[in-house]
Design a protein around this ligand. Structure first.
Ligand code: GDP
Length: 297
């Protein structure tokens, strides 16, 4: 299970103060040393850890907490609130354009789960929001990506627009949106090309697609299992493209948690969805508060 090590360690640490009738500054300091180690071991970005510890310490050592009737519980509450804030605080919802269709560009590196997430997101929009998206297959480089999206479309009973692999992705995206307008779809989800590495060619092409489609959302799909690499990838995409959100995949695996806890702070881009498996219904909106509570038990 994801976050297992982190959850165990934080819960053990907090357990020591939870029931205490009196908590001293020294208690808080010892506790925060343990929390710091737990976060670093979970591969959370070191700057993020430093800021987090400083904030929690400042609040937990305050008089209101230490002199309250339940100081142990108050300290735990502070950790919970700051962990929630770290992951973005409020849930970040998916955009809705004033005038349909809402255009969503899916970007990411190969293997992150971009095409799968495109199908999952379409499924989510139909099931939870009663929307009928058009899927656009603009990943013309990865062999079989278009077929993969067509297969997902069939499974979902949803239309997929493609022009094969000989037309440029920019043209495919443009024509896809035209089609969505003609057929009154309220969402268009464009599965753009991924590469093994970030390179200029990829970014130029994505920038052109952005320019021509004027998307309401640019969602980066990253694999949570890759830890700080996922954070670095997010930073690069955000610098060059301006992301509106992140889909963090493979949280059903045993990821330590580093990416989930660092992405928002480092890149200022919220995680909007999490992938919890390979199936088409394994996508969930990301709730920072619920995640914090899950970690802290
Ligand atoms: P793309 O190259 O980014 O389009 O990646 P794909 O969508 O083809 O996904 C790569 C692999 O990751 C596939 O085997 C997917 O089934 C798998 N995958 C995607 N999302 C998840 C997830 O949330 N959990 C798990 N366990 N596997 C996932």
């Amino acid at each position: 299970m994801a976050f297992e090590g982190l959850a165990d360690r934080l819960q053990q640490t907090l357990q020591k103060v939870r029931g205490k009738g009196k908590v001293t500054e020294a208690d808080v300091k010892v506790m925060m040393r343990e929390v710091r180690l737990a976060l670093l071991e979970a591969d959370v970005n070191f700057k993020v850890v430093k800021q987090f510890i400083a904030k929690v310490k400042e609040r937990a050592i305050g008089q209101e907490v230490l002199e309250s009737l339940t100081p142990g519980q108050q300290v735990v509450k502070v950790v919970n609130e700051e962990l929630t804030a770290l992951m973005g605080g409020e849930q970040s919802k998916i955009a809705v354009a004033n005038k349909p269709p809402t255009v969503i560009m899916m970007v990411g590196l190969q293997g992150a789960g971009k095409t799968t997430s495109t199908g999952k997101l379409a499924n989510h929009l139909r099931k939870k929001h009663n929307r009928m998206p058009l899927l656009v297959a603009a990943d013309v480089y990865r062999p079989a990506a278009i077929n993969q999206l067509q297969t997902l479309g069939k499974q979902l009973g949803m239309p997929v627009f493609d022009l094969g692999t000989d037309t440029s992705p920019v043209e495919i995206a443009k024509r896809g949106i035209e089609k969505a307008k003609e057929e009154h779809h309220d969402y268009v989800i464009i599965d753009t090309a991924g590469r093994l590495h970030i390179d200029e060619g990829l970014m130029d092409e994505l920038a052109q697609i952005k320019e021509i489609t004027n998307p309401d959302e640019i969602l980066l799909v990253v694999d949570a299992m890759t830890g700080q690499d996922a954070v670095n990838v997010a930073q690069s995409f955000h610098d060059q493209l301006g992301l509106s959100g992140v889909v963090l995949t493979k949280l059903d695996g045993d990821t330590r948690g580093g990416a989930a806890l660092s992405i928002k702070s480092v890149t200022n881009t919220p995680v909007k969805f999490i992938g919890m498996g390979e199936k088409l219904d394994a996508l969930e909106p990301f709730h920072p508060e619920r995640m914090a509570s899950r970690i802290l038990g």
